[in-house]
Design a protein around this ligand. Structure first.
Ligand code: FCB
Length: 470
């Protein structure tokens, strides 16, 4: 028996990054500013005043990073395209120099035998669109579909797998309700409008991507595994509100063409102003998907709580009368996130039970762990905590597959240490350590572990890897 979790012969093992978190080069080749460039300059918004100006300098070092991926042996690499690099103001003609960068990256990946998987939107909205209301404005959904066309017309012949949005929950709620992410707004109904327009933008772009020749089109959600803290009816209702906000408001429209049943109890007055919803929107949003991407890091245990803001008029859309309860008995990562690997399996099996055949094949598009990595004398990084995190979650994933959930692949977050949003460079998720002063990359122990896991797949399974499943 191998020491590693094992997967079906055609299972995709990959690694993921996103544009703003690694590229840097924010002023080069005609790139326009994004909401994250603006937000990072707001005093106090990002830890230590960090910006994405240089990040991992991937824009200039992508060949070295592609070599790291090749050394790892991943079959696929998930990266995102910076909208303002390709379309500096979010509308109008393509910025050819910006799109050229992604052509070079894609061609380099294909030469290295790695399948590119593109995310079109990983939170870096062109600032010019935010100035017209950002995702609160329905027009942004149409701008997104236009941008999808510009990119896919050039890349769909070489990129098989396309993800429209990454974690729209974060864009809508962290961005427009909680204010912890760009653009840093704290709003009620407008944040719900943003959530809706994100879904409409996704739905409008699905047929566009297919027309351009994309083979597999999906969306990535950060679905949560939520359990109530006690058996009380109050906590059960609180858990349902949490599930509505985190999961059902996304999966119900996408997979069932309906709004979540629990939305009235979750948002009360905020959802009563529904002018942002148009007739026919659900049909647009529910465009059939080839896969559902799921990012999973940690579960939630919640209990009932009073409104944080007693005044309904100043309540934000994330104020839904629930609060998280700690899980002190398990290890926590450097993010303070409890490590409970079996909840990944439980989440997937629960989705399969809820949605049956309406659940498309799944890719885990992110999973990983921030650890307090410190290079040893000589430079090696011994990140046993990350290895045990990945091992636990991959075993849990293998158990979900054994239970009948159709999971096609898994992408580790992340290839490189990078800009962790409001935490700046203080949290390290990489398989590869980045020394930000020198931009030197050092594969950590987890990189070598993941490489061995990938190399060991297929052995003794009687079939070569790499066969297409479709
Ligand atoms: C996810 C994001 C990703 C990264 C990880 C840790 O929510 O999609 O960019 O920040 O969390």
């Amino acid at each position: 028996m191998s020491d590693f979790p094992s997967f079906p012969p055609d299972f995709v093992l990959g690694a993921a990054t996103s544009a703003f978190q690694i590229e840097g080069a924010v002023y080069e080749d005609g790139r326009g500013p994004s909401v994250w460039d603006t937000f990072a300059r707001r005093p106090g918004a990002v830890l230590g005043g960090a910006t994405g100006d240089v990040a991992c300098d991937h824009y200039h070092r992508f060949r070295e990073d592609t070599a790291l991926l090749k050394g790892l042996g991943v079959r696929s690499y998930r990266f995102s395209i910076s909208w303002p690099r390709v379309q500096p103001t979010g509308s109008g003609p393509v910025n050819v120099a910006g799109l050229d960068f992604y052509e070079r990256l894609v061609d380099g990946l294909l030469e290295a035998g790695i399948e590119p998987a593109v995310t079109l939107y990983h939170w870096d909205l062109p600032q010019a669109l935010e100035e017209r209301g950002g995702w609160r404005n329905r027009d942004t959904a149409h701008r997104f579909a236009d941008y999808a066309r510009l990119v896919a017309d050039v890349l769909a012949d070489r990129v098989p797998r396309w993800i429209t949005l990454n974690e729209p929950w974060c864009s809508a709620f962290l961005g427009y309700a909680e204010g912890q992410h760009a653009p840093g707004a704290r709003e009620g109904t407008p944040a719900l409008a943003a959530a809706h327009h994100l879904l409409v933008g996704h739905g409008l772009s699905v047929p566009v991507l297919r027309e351009a020749g994309a083979r597999e089109v999906g969306i990535t959600l950060n679905l949560d595994h939520v359990t109530p803290a006690t058996d009380s009816p109050e906590d059960a209702a609180a858990a349902l509100r949490a599930e509505t906000q985190r999961n059902l408001m996304w999966t119900e429209p996408l997979l069932k063409a309906r709004y979540a049943a629990g939305e009235d109890d979750t948002w009360e007055d905020l959802i009563r102003h529904q002018s942002f919803r148009g007739p026919g929107d659900l049909d647009v949003i529910a465009a059939p998907l080839d896969f559902l991407g799921i990012n999973f890091y940690t579960p939630s245990v919640v209990r009932n709580a009073p409104y944080r803001d007693p005044d309904p008029l100043s309540r934000t859309a994330d104020d839904n009368r629930f609060t998280g309860v700690g899980i002190p008995e398990v290890r926590h990562t450097a993010m303070g996130w409890p490590v409970v690997p079996h909840t990944l399996r439980d989440l997937l099996v629960g989705l399969r039970e809820r949605y049956g055949d309406a659940l498309p094949p799944v890719y885990i598009t992110e999973n990983g762990s921030a650890e307090d990595d410190v290079p040893a004398p000589g430079g090696a990084v011994h990140d046993g905590g990350r290895i045990s995190y990945l091992d636990g979650h991959l075993r849990s994933l293998a158990a979900a597959i054994a239970d009948g959930v159709d999971v096609r692949g898994y992408y580790v977050w992340s290839l490189l240490d990078n800009f962790e949003w409001a935490y700046g460079y203080s949290k390290r998720f990489g398989l590869v350590y980045v020394d930000y002063a020198t931009q030197r990359r050092t594969p950590k122990d987890s990189y070598h572990w993941y490489r061995a896991l990938i190399a060991g797949q297929g052995q003794g399974q009687g079939e070569p890897r790499g066969g297409g499943r479709t």
